[in-house]
Design a protein around this ligand. Structure first.
Ligand code: NAP
Length: 246
């Protein structure tokens, strides 16, 4: 029997990351469930993976911290030998109009969403280069493609993730490593539950398919990008958004 793939999913305690962790485990990967503050929720994700017949491990790490990421990913390789799939999913919002946005709220969002993605790629790519194989999947957003009033920090971070994805894809392609981004539209999670009904109604009008997406919609696309069938696909941004960005 082939060895299990080792898949790291950042921000896997809730929402989209949770669904990705469950999906990759169902596809046979050993899943590293990363979380920052939600330890109990991350434990529940690992318990669910095991109930379903899969396996994995929990790792706390704030992806915004460069040295902590080095230690986290180094420990994963020390304990499990390799990293086959890295899903940079961890993300936050701190919405507000540009004119009133604090320097701190701009920096925090960029630190987690963009620098966190850089940190994890930076500290995983050396192992993937040694293996001469790997899949890196970064969570962008339609907002990073089109922009959005009230989300200048978030949109900038996600547009940055797209630029980072394409640059990393070019640097790593010749070594058998693919790097792609998924750009979700409006997905029902804690992140979007806090939005007002007015914002939800306005957003719904922008979705040609007329429904919000689910974390599972994103997880299925990530699982495809991690699969053997996506081996010749790199540097792409897949919008999974009911047609919102077209
Ligand atoms: P969510 O429900 O708020 O969950 C966010 C996850 O990220 C949690 O597991 C959280 O872990 C983790 N996280 C936050 N800061 C972290 C840090 N510094 N280090 C490590 N983990 C951290 O969000 P979501 O809706 O699932 O979003 C997941 C990703 O999809 C994000 O990158 C988001 O920008 C992107 N996205 C979402 C939507 C949407 O409509 N929901 C649309 C487009 C893109 P803890 O709870 O343990 O802190």
């Amino acid at each position: 029997m082939a060895e299990k793939k080792i898949a790291v999913v950042t921000g896997a305690s809730r929402g989209i990351g949770r669904a990705i962790a469950l999906e990759l485990a169902a596809e046979g990967a050993f899943v590293i469930v990363n979380y920052n503050g939600s330890k109990e929720k991350a434990e529940e994700v690992l318990a669910r993976i095991r109930e379903n017949g899969g396996d994995g491990a929990l790792y706390q790490c704030n992806v915004a911290e460069f040295d902590a990421c080095e230690q986290f990913l180094g420990e994963v390789v020390k304990n499990y030998g390799r990293i086959d799939v890295l899903v940079n999913n961890a993300g936050i919002t701190k919405d507000g109009l540009l004119m009133r946005m604090s320097e701190e709220d701009f920096a925090k969002v960029v630190d987690v969403n963009l620098k966190g993605t850089f940190n994890c790629i930076r500290h995983t790519s050396r192992y993937m280069l040694r293996q001469r194989s790997g899949r890196i999947i970064n969570m962008a957003s339609v907002v990073g493609v089109n922009g959005n009033a009230g989300q200048a920090n978030y949109a900038a971070s996600k547009a940055g993730v797209i630029g980072l994805t394409k640059s990393a894809a070019k640097e790593l392609a010749s070594r058998g490593i693919t790097v792609n981004a998924v750009a979700p539209g409006f997905i029902r999670t804690d992140m979007t539950d806090v939005l007002s009904d007015k914002v939800k109604e306005a957003t719904m009008k922008l979705i040609p398919m007329g429904t919000f997406g689910t974390p599972e919609d994103i997880a299925k696309t990530v699982a495809f990008l991690a699969s053997d069938g996506a081996g010749y696909l790199t540097g792409q941004v897949l919008c999974v958004d009911g047609g919102m960005a077209m």
